[in-house]
Design a protein around this ligand. Structure first.
Ligand SMILES: Cc1ncc(COP(=O)(O)O)c(C=O)c1O
Length: 386
């Protein structure tokens, strides 16, 4: 019987100071223009709608990775774009860049480049490709946020980030559209949206409850309630696009400032040192493999090359309540709610393999050195046994 469980992600929402003055946030991104939405999905749908208007093509399509958050599909469907899946490059969370041009045709209006948990896509190469075909590069940075040089961090023509539950700056909602390419300004200013109708008081209560649930004993209790399906990946349709709520706007700046002081070095070093000893033994340290070892990670991703070993290892980590996760578990054509839509796009062997090998390790501020050492020792013991 497990009495407590670390959440796989989890940063408390700060509610100490409030200011509805957005100029401080705009200054952080200046000279880039930003727009505020109710969620990352809404910001992404808005970016896709802009790309569609910009390209003005019949039966428009958007390229998205075959293994990704189903919210990318929700955004594409809302924007009226057909999502076209592209497979991964082996042992990375990246597009197979050598064959991506085969998927670009006269209907393609945009490529979505996803930052996976902190690992950047190869944005310079994708940007070059987008230029060549005169299509929009949309950078989906829902899972990552820069700690310094915010204004120069975005390379895509349009970029989005999210302030939803479990994101780097977790506010239980909110998303931003960041416009880097001036050619898109006129399309952005044409868009207007209304505000949602959740009261400030309700938002405050929800946030306080959320902050409590991050406690490992409470989280364990909540996570074990089967009807909540915590940790399950589900397709959810986007019904409407709204402005970011006043409650989130008021607390955003203080939460961004707190995030910028975050330091993961100790836990990251424990993981990276341990995995450097296990190289060639069935564990792939993805941040190291992708040559981005020093980024800030939302969850620390590794691959266990034998899917059967992954299953047993994850069972053991999960039994101990150490905050590890399998993320989406499946590539997009296998996610419930979109199987039909992708029935003719099921051939993504590398993304399927990635889904069967991935384990994420927790690296949020509540993860102690002790937690990280325990995780590493279980992996070491396990790999020796396997
Ligand atoms: C890569 C990616 N894009 C977009 C989204 C959507 O963000 P939100 O939850 O704020 O709608 C998510 C959410 O998990 C995501 O992981």
């Amino acid at each position: 019987m497990r009495w407590q469980q670390l959440p796989p992600v989890g940063n408390k929402v700060l509610l100490s100071s409030s200011s509805s003055d957005l100029s401080k946030i705009r200054r952080l991104f200046s000279p880039k223009e930003i727009r505020f939405y109710q969620s990352g999905t809404a910001a992404l749908a808005s970016a896709m709608m802009i790309a569609k208007q910009y390209a003005d093509k019949l039966q428009p399509e958007v390229l998205i990775p075959a293994y990704a958050c189903p919210d990318l599909v929700s955004a594409a469907n809302y924007a009226g774009l057909t999502p076209v899946l592209h497979d991964f490059e082996k042992n990375t969370p990246w597009y197979d860049i050598n064959s991506i041009e085969n998927k670009i045709n006269n209907k393609t209006v945009a490529i979505v480049a996803v930052n996976f948990l902190g690992i950047n896509e190869r944005l310079p190469e994708l940007s070059q490709l987008a230029r060549k075909h005169n299509i929009t590069l949309i950078e989906d940075s829902a899972q990552a946020f820069p700690t310094t040089h915010i204004s120069s961090a975005w390379i895509g023509d349009l970029a989005i980030t999210s302030f939803g539950r479990g994101k780097p700056i977790s506010m239980l909602g909110g998303g931003l559209l960041i416009v880097s390419n001036e050619k898109y300004h006129s399309f952005v200013s044409e868009q207007t949206f209304s505000y949602g109708n959740e009261s400030q008081l309700l938002s405050k209560i929800k946030t306080r409850i959320f902050n409590q649930i991050l406690n490992p004993v409470l989280y364990n209790l909540i996570a074990s309630l089967p009807f909540l399906d915590i940790g399950e990946t589900q397709y959810k349709e986007l019904e409407t696009i709204e402005n970011m709520s006043l409650f989130i706007r008021e607390h955003l700046f203080e939460n961004i400032s707190a995030y910028q002081k975050r330091d993961q070095t100790i836990v990251r070093d424990i993981y990276q040192f341990a995995f450097s000893q296990l190289d060639q033994k069935g564990i792939i340290d993805l941040p190291v493999k992708c040559q981005q070892p020093n980024n800030l990670y939302l969850r620390y991703p590794i691959l266990v090359t034998d899917p059967n070993d992954r299953k047993d290892l994850f069972q053991e980590l999960d039994r101990k309540g150490l905050g590890c996760s399998l993320m989406y578990k499946k590539s997009l054509p296998l996610i419930s709610g979109v199987e039909q839509q992708f029935s003719e796009q099921q051939n993504n062997p590398v993304a399927d393999c990635f889904a069967n090998q991935l384990i994420t390790l927790p690296i949020h501020p509540s993860v102690t050195t002790e937690n990280a050492k325990t995780i590493v020792s279980i992996i070491q013991k396990y790999i020796k046994k396997a």
